[in-house]
Every structure is written in C-alpha cells, then in structure tokens.
Design a binder for this molecule. Structure first.
Ligand code: ATP
Length: 202
C-alpha cells in the first residue's frame, strides 16, 4: 500500500477495532486505489471471521469487491422512488441481524441515493443497535454542508448559483403515489434523488 492508502486503511481499521461508530467518505481520482483499500479491509475483517457488507450503486462496481452486491439488492431499496420511500427491513429479520452484526459496511461508487438509502435509513431503523462504521466512497452530492434534524445546509455544485449556500427546511408533504388508497401528510425534506456519473479513467 502507498502511505496514503495505509493511512486510510489504519484510520478505518482502528475505528473497527475500537468498536466505535464512524462514517467515512473517501474520494479520489479514478485509478488511485480506492477499491484496493476496500479489498484489503474486507480481507482483514473476514479473515477474523467477522462480517463486512459490501455494496455499490451499480452491478459492475459491485463485482469489483468479493461478495459485493448492489445497494438496492442488499438493503431492499425500492426501485420506484416516492415521498414515503423506506427500505423494507423488519427489525427481527435475518437481514436486520446481518446489518447489526456487520463490523463494517462499504458502499463503493456511492451516489446520493446510496448515501441516503444506506446510511440514513439504516441508522434510523437500527438506531441503538447499529453502531459500526459505514464507508461511502466517491460520494456525489450537493449536500456538502450540515445535516440537521429540521434543516439541511447545502451548497449548489453546478449552474448559475454555483457555490451558493442554501438551507432546505422540512416541509409537510402529501404523497402523490396513486397506489396508496388514502392521503396522509409527512413532514420531510423536499428532496428528489438524482443520479450523476463521471468517468475519469487513465
Ligand atoms: N498499493 C497498490 N499496490 C499495487 N497495485 C495497486 C495499489 N493500489 C492500487 N493498485 C492497482 O491499481 C489499479 C487501480 O486501483 P483501484 O481499482 O483500486 O482504483 P480506484 O480508485 O478504485 O479506481 P476507480 O475510481 O476507477 O474505481 C488496480 O489494478 C489496483 O490493483
């Protein structure tokens, strides 16, 4: 490993060994060895007989790490996105147990959807039992600033308002999904998930 890779590896492994919660974002140019770090972490932790969950936002990216799955498949993330979106993981299911026992969750090539779905939903659903580190690699998101309970602080990353800070409050929203036979209201952030992909290969 390079000095930089070793530093990342040690930081994450120390957190795993200390049994403390943690959320790490790793980003870098294509081909700089991010997946190499994931593979090393996976080998180390699995060689101890412990659980690492590896997901990626696409099937191709998931194939690059042993045992990798798409985030949608692993965490039952619905394909059709609507306001009342939630992963269908019940608290006493095998999947919930697997997640709670995992020492580490790696999300490679993570998009904003991967971040929101994997980190927030799981942390909310399993708060109290789910304390192990989650890694998000190659995070692509306009939410670069702070995430509060009632307001998000974000920075615009493209267009005419680039670099401007914005505050997004929680609003009362009524789901428009026609499959729901009644109307109800939820206070939530008025955000739509979006996708972007950049390819920067040497
Ligand atoms: N420390 C290292 N020693 C030897 N080979 C390495 C090392 N780090 C990375 N590599 C090799 O460099 C190549 C690119 O690394 P890797 O796929 O991990 O990059 P990446 O940052 O994940 O790329 P991408 O952003 O495209 O997913 C791979 O063939 C990998 O095996």
């Amino acid at each position: 490993m390079t000095v930089e890779q070793k530093q990342v590896y040690d930081t994450i492994m120390n957190r795993v060994d200390d049994k403390k919660p943690g959320l790490f974002f790793l980003y870098g140019y294509g081909g700089t060895g991010k997946t190499y770090i994931w593979r090393s972490l996976v080998e180390t932790i699995r060689s101890r007989g412990e659980i690492v969950i590896v997901v990626a936002s696409s099937g191709i990216a998931a194939l690059l790490i042993p045992g990798g799955r798409t985030a949608h498949s692993r965490f039952n993330i619905p394909i059709v996105i609507h306001e009342s979106l939630s992963c269908t993981i019940t608290q006493d299911s095998d999947l919930a147990t697997l997640i709670a026992r995992a020492k580490l969750i790696i999300c490679d090539e993570a998009t904003i959807q991967c971040f929101i779905s994997t980190a927030l939903k799981l942390l909310i659903m399993h708060s109290g039992t789910f304390y192990e580190p989650i890694i998000m690699a190659d995070w692509i998101s306009p939410l670069e600033e702070k995430m509060g309970t009632y307001v998000l602080e974000a920075k615009v990353i493209s267009g005419s308002n680039i670099n401007q800070k914005v505050f997004i409050p929680r609003l009362s929203l009524v789901p428009s999904d026609k499959k729901i036979p009644f109307n109800f209201q939820r206070r939530q952030f008025p955000l739509a998930l979006s996708f972007a992909m950049t390819i920067n290969k040497s």
